[in-house]
Design a protein around this ligand. Structure first.
Ligand SMILES: [Zn+2]
Length: 264
């Protein structure tokens, strides 16, 4: 236990006291200040953006460890794969398997590659996903993309959950290329997730990117941890939703969205 703690603190990316120091504030003309006694460089205080999905260096939340994956050399990638594979060998033999039997010989490496693929969303960031796909457009009607397939991993059991994601928004002079909505869902789902957070991250990200009049995200998914163990409720699905802006404020807008989804 104490070993782990020591290791964490000696990592070079964890800085000592220095990190808590406020950043130097550049001189700003007094006329530009909205309020002289509010701290500068802070974001608007909304509980939805306490963990902003767009961070300063373009790596999108959650980014711990993401940078080392993005910036690794091919050799480092190989070493990472080997470390995962070795860990999988331990798991397999602890489960009572013979890791030397023919059928399992390549399994640890295969599993390592599969897991890296299932979590490839950590190597993606919003700027790459969005690229040049935000357009000025005088459209203010609801935009909906239905039935986006999502495959994610439950962070509590490390088993898949998968289903459909529906995204709607009402633009405010800016629209996003339609395929990017699916890319956004893909980026956040290819990580360890809980369905509630996944839903919210997609909604908040879209809201931050487009500043639309409202955003609605609904996800319906089946969780392997639910359907294949414990209660064994095969066929049960979980629905989560996140409504922002006018979808949250206006029941009519929300209803229109749900009607268009065929859910009402
Ligand atoms: Zn689970």
């Amino acid at each position: 236990m104490s070993d782990k703690t020591t290791k964490l603190h000696s990592r070079e990316d964890v800085h000592e006291n220095g990190t808590n120091q406020p950043l130097p504030i550049l001189p700003i003309k007094r006329s530009k200040l909205i309020s002289t006694d509010s701290p500068l460089q802070t974001r608007a205080a909304s509980p939805l953006i306490l963990n902003p999905p767009i961070d300063n260096d373009g790596l999108s939340w959650p980014s711990q460890g993401a940078r080392s994956r993005i910036e690794q050399s091919p050799e480092e990638a190989k070493e990472r794969e080997e470390r995962i594979a070795n860990a999988v060998k331990v798991v397999l033999s602890e489960l009572g398997e013979d890791i030397n039997r023919e059928g399992l010989l390549e399994t640890p490496e295969r599993y390592a590659r599969a897991m890296l693929y299932f979590t490839k969303g950590y190597e993606d960031n919003i700027r790459n996903v969005i690229k040049n796909a935000v357009f000025e457009e005088d459209h203010d009607e609801m935009v909906i993309v239905r039935d986006i397939e999502i495959y994610s991993l439950c962070e509590h059991h490390l088993v898949p959950f998968f289903g459909k994601c529906h995204i709607g928004y009402i633009p405010n002079k800016r629209v996003l290329g339609l395929s990017k909505l699916a890319r956004l869902a893909e980026m956040y789902s290819r990580r360890f997730q809980v369905q509630e957070r996944l839903t919210k991250q997609i909604a908040v990200a879209l809201s931050e990117i487009l500043k639309p009049r409202g955003v609605a995200v609904v996800i319906e998914a089946q969780h392997m941890c639910m359907v294949s163990r414990g209660v064994q409720k095969t066929g049960s699905s979980t629905t989560t939703s996140c409504m922002l802006g006018c979808f949250r404020d206006h029941q009519k807008t929300r209803e229109e969205f749900l009607t268009l989804l065929g859910r009402k």
